[in-house]
Design a protein around this ligand. Structure first.
Ligand code: DGL
Length: 259
């Protein structure tokens, strides 16, 4: 059982940022990553559509015998994880914007969050914000257009830089001192963000917390791989494999899969 792979899916290439955190913390685990790039972005789709796509991805990962699934997508987590947990018996780990750590760290009492429309309008996001950001001003910004640029290999482009500036300047004017990255595609923007944002602004994402939670749930369920051997790592996409390969580096191969 423990040798079975961990399944990870996202609307596209962004969840590889979470896969990297999981691989760093759990280097002996076998993993299968599924990138649903053909249907990206999820961010503007209806809740019903996001649930249906999340079920489709889950079914593919279950066919590949996964022992646990990481929903490496804020939009899919905030809209579909409840249904997934109610439908399947294996454990699901989700990712949500790190509002709590940001609310804890802010000195100006103003935090910014960049995420998709699907995440920012979800019930789960509002619940978390009401619970953990009492007395804090949360400046929300939909990152319209960011995911398609990353899906097309333009994470570091001039086009991206000017788009980010239009989203970030109002947040800076509002005096944020923390920026929450509420989408798993956005850690790939960190080099540009460091360039645009003043040094005192903290950039907060949830990748390491998701990896820690994955470890804890595997341990609790006796599912950790006890074999200290080179893991089998598989990446599948229904989009262009070259985009993921460029985000991962030479070491890993990415295969096309029609799903
Ligand atoms: N990586 C997804 C997320 O974390 C991107 C959503 C999208 O496809 O719009 O929200």
């Amino acid at each position: 059982m423990s040798k079975q792979p961990i399944g990870i899916f996202d609307s596209g290439v962004g969840g590889t940022s979470i896969w990297k955190d999981i691989y760093t913390l759990l280097p002996y685990e076998n993993t299968i990553y599924l990138s649903d790039s053909k249907y990206a972005p999820y961010g503007n789709k209806s809740k019903e559509k996001i649930v249906a796509l999340s079920i489709k991805n889950t079914e593919r990962l279950l066919e590949k015998d996964c022992k646990l699934i990481v929903v490496a997508c804020n939009t899919a987590t905030t809209n579909a994880i409840k249904t997934l947990r109610e439908t399947y018996t294996i454990p699901f780990i989700g990712i949500e914007p790190s509002i709590k750590p940001a609310a804890f760290q802010t000195k100006t009492k103003v935090i910014g969050i960049l995420a998709t429309k699907g995440t920012l309008t979800s019930e789960l996001f509002h619940k978390t914000t009401n619970l953990f950001a009492k007395g804090i001003t949360v400046v929300e910004q939909i990152g319209e257009g960011i995911v398609p640029l990353i899906e097309n290999g333009k994470a570091q482009s001039e086009e991206m830089k000017s788009l980010l500036k239009t989203y970030l300047i109002p947040m800076l004017d509002a005096n944020i001192d923390c920026l929450v990255l509420g989408c798993t595609h956005y850690p790939y923007l960190i080099p540009l963000l460091i360039n645009i944002l003043p040094k005192h602004i903290k950039i907060i994402d949830s990748g390491e917390a998701v990896a820690r939670q994955t470890n804890a749930i595997l341990e609790q369920n006796n599912l950790l791989n006890t074999q200290i051997t080179k893991p089998k790592i598989q990446f599948y996409t229904n989009g262009n494999p070259k985009i993921i390969a460029s985000l991962l580096g030479e070491k890993f191969s990415v295969n096309y899969l029609n799903f």
